[in-house]
Write a protein that binds this ligand. Structure first.
Ligand code: SF4
Ligand code: SF4
Length: 316
């Protein structure tokens, strides 16, 4: 099947390409069954708790792990932009000079440098998915497009969804909902399940923590519900950010008011194990007041949703 895949795509679709930062096989938290999850690069939000900070910028980024570096200096000598300097603390980079060419990562003997982000074709992604087909079919799984924000590469996403659909694959889109309504509705025609983030109900607080207000996100969620899209709502739960009773009650009331019957909400507890990624990107991570919610607090919040006729699922 794989060897004929390229021929099955129309030429224009075969050429469609986009920027991703990862493809995860055997994913079990991004929709039903065993899935392949494709992580798009680029996101219009800047959530303070982002677990994938390498997903936010749309272009290629360099990540440096000083714990692996042996100080050989090969990367400094190779960089055509003179962006790298050897210091007592390891390699320092002037990211304004970095062109993202990846040569430093190629010559590093210790894999201390990796490049996050690469341009891939629809054809390449579908070939990767097809390799996992036996697990996908046996488990009732499929393919999930996540990010970053997949809706910000709409042509690439839509082509992938159409092609996956033509192969009988279940298709999920994991989204912030922050996109043009017209784009979202077009994507919905080729999507079997949305994984849709609702973070908090007060738009000023939403803006403070994510960089954007929530009006468009909530309006788009209503629109999807009205057109009958299948939606699992996801709540990233962060202590001292959105775990207060008022926000939880308002969130539950809003979800319960959506047309289309009973809903599931996945409660995703915050953790900070991604802090090292910020360091490798050369950014600081400000934990501030953010904290992990306790198990009994999560259970209490789940009970609020249950009381509003919403099915709470703790975790992905
Ligand atoms: S990615 Fe290219 S330009 Fe950037 S630091 Fe590495 S070698 Fe230099
Ligand atoms: S090439 Fe790799 S190991 Fe050598 S100095 Fe650069 S980052 Fe360190």
């Amino acid at each position: 099947m794989c060897s004929n895949l390229g021929a099955e795509l129309k030429s224009g679709e075969k050429m469609a390409s986009g920027m991703i930062f990862d493809i995860k096989r055997y994913s079990i938290n991004d929709g039903p069954g065993i899935r392949v999850t494709v992580f798009f690069k680029g996101c219009p939000l800047g959530c303070a708790w982002c677990h994938n900070p390498e997903s936010v910028a749309p272009g290629v980024e360099r990540m440096y792990n000083r714990g692996k570096c042996i100080g050989c200096g090969e990367c400094v000598l190779t960089c055509p932009e003179q962006a790298l300097i050897m210091t007592a603390e390891g390699i320092a980079a002037d990211m304004k000079r970095c062109a993202g060419c990846g040569r430093c990562a190629e010559v590093c003997p210790c894999l201390a440098i990796e490049m996050s982000g690469r341009r891939v074709s629809v054809d390449e992604i579908l070939r990767t998915v097809e390799k996992e087909r036996i697990f996908i079919d046996q488990s009732g799984g499929g393919v999930t497009f996540s990010g970053g924000e997949p809706l910000h590469q709409p042509r690439f996403l839509t082509t992938l969804l159409k092609e996956a659909g033509s192969r009988g694959l279940h298709r999920a889109v994991d989204t912030t909902g922050y996109a043009k309504t017209r784009t979202l509705v077009e994507v919905a025609e080729h999507t079997d399940l949305f994984l849709y983030d609702v973070k908090m109900m007060d738009t000023e607080r939403h803006k403070q923590w994510t960089g954007v207000g929530n009006e468009l996100i909530l309006d788009n969620l209503k629109t999807l519900a009205e057109i009958g899209a299948r939606i699992n709502i996801r709540l990233p739960l962060i202590k001292h950010v959105n775990d207060d009773g008022e926000n939880i009650r308002q969130t539950a009331a809003f979800i319960a008011s959506l047309p289309g019957g009973a809903r599931t909400i996945n409660i995703l507890a915050y953790h900070n194990i991604m802090a090292g990624k910020y360091d490798r990107l050369g950014r600081s991570f400000d934990q501030g007041s953010m904290a992990e919610p306790a198990t009994d607090e999560i259970a209490g919040i789940a009970a609020v949703f249950s009381g509003c006729g919403i099915n709470p699922v703790i975790g992905g």
